[in-house]
Design a protein. Structure first.
Length: 335
């Protein structure tokens, strides 16, 4: 492939120097225009050029500065510190219109409290709808800490903060929750390998590599917690079968009969969906030859089961407890 002629290079450089409007820059960076105005007001990161009137025009120098700002905040650096570092790195000559850090809350800030730094970076990227940054940070958290810690200490606090913001903002931030949930699910699925069953070292009581069945009870649509459990068991190389949201009772019964699982995990987020009769029915299923018939362990997971009892069912309190409980059936241990 031949290179562009010199005049083409000059034209490209000239086009790159055309100042951008605030809307065009926001689209380029994946942030809201209000975020750019907030950063200008609070941290003095403003456009070097203003056209007639008060219209902002952002130059390539401004773009480089804001790209550095986005990278830093996405990694969890507080905005005030990110602004100082971005200015030092980019050598910005913008006007000093900085306000004291903390003088006002940035629009869209989430109520996180005392959490890991990764939560703050993830929350900022989610509020900006910066999908590449959200995906990158989730992958980094899972790769660094493993599924269990990443879920309990990074994903869940951020999801809860988005939920609280949505509940207190009159149906705003719904798009933030949807984007964050989608990428959490994606990160968990990417971490879920297909178990190599012949390589599993199972105790004699599990010679057929019976899987763990994971399903939401009928009417239950919240799947992220059992997706996290599925990914955590996958990290240990344990066989699972994920059936997802709102599995009909008849279909779940048929799946248990066909698979002969070591355990069945039933997730219920709300008490209105938790069904003790279904749990008892599954616990009573039998299969195998006479004299050696087996039945599954039933694990009731989720807050919906609070106050519900089912004969022989197990109730782990956390993801760690559930992984320990289920891996114990295979002689595995949580790393």
């Amino acid at each position: 492939m031949s290179e562009l002629p010199a005049d083409g290079d000059a034209a490209d450089r000239s086009a790159a120097e055309v100042p951008l409007t605030t809307g065009a820059l926001a689209r380029r960076l994946g942030v809201a225009p209000t975020t750019l105005r907030s950063w200008e007001r609070r941290y003095g990161i403003g456009p070097a050029v203003r056209a007639e009137g008060r219209h902002r025009r952002w130059t390539s120098r401004d773009v480089a500065l804001l790209e550095a700002m986005c990278r830093l905040t996405s990694s969890g650096v507080p905005p005030a510190e990110a602004a100082r570092k971005a200015k030092a790195t980019a050598g910005s000559h913008t006007e000093s219109t900085h306000r004291a850090p903390g003088a006002s809350r940035a629009p869209g800030a989430l109520p996180l409290g005392d959490v890991r730094q990764e939560c703050r970076g993830l929350a900022r990227a989610a509020v900006r709808l910066d999908a590449p940054a959200v995906e990158r940070q989730l992958a980094d958290a899972v790769g660094r800490y493993g599924v269990v810690v990443a879920w309990q200490e990074v994903m869940v606090p951020t999801l809860h903060a988005v939920g609280r913001k949505w509940a207190s903002s009159g149906d705003r931030y719904v798009e933030v929750e949807h984007l964050l949930s989608w990428h959490v699910s994606t990160a968990l699925r990417r971490r879920t390998p297909l178990p190599e069953l012949p390589e599993l070292e199972l105790p004699e009581r599990q010679p057929d590599s019976s899987p763990v069945v994971l399903a939401c009870v009928p009417g239950e649509q919240h799947t992220l917690p059992i997706e996290a459990l599925n990914a955590a068991l996958g990290e240990l190389g344990l066989p699972t079968r994920m059936f997802g949201a709102a599995v009909p009772a008849e279909a779940l019964t048929e799946a248990v009969r066909r698979l002969g699982p070591a355990a069945v995990v039933l997730w219920a987020q709300a008490r209105s969906t938790a069904s003790a009769p279904l749990a008892r029915h599954l616990a009573d299923l039998r299969w195998g030859v006479r004299g050696a018939r087996r039945r599954p362990s039933v694990v009731l997971a989720g807050p919906g089961w609070s106050g519900t009892s089912a004969r022989g069912a197990l109730r782990p309190a956390t993801l760690t407890d559930a992984v320990d409980l289920l891996s114990g059936a295979y002689g595995a241990s949580l790393a």
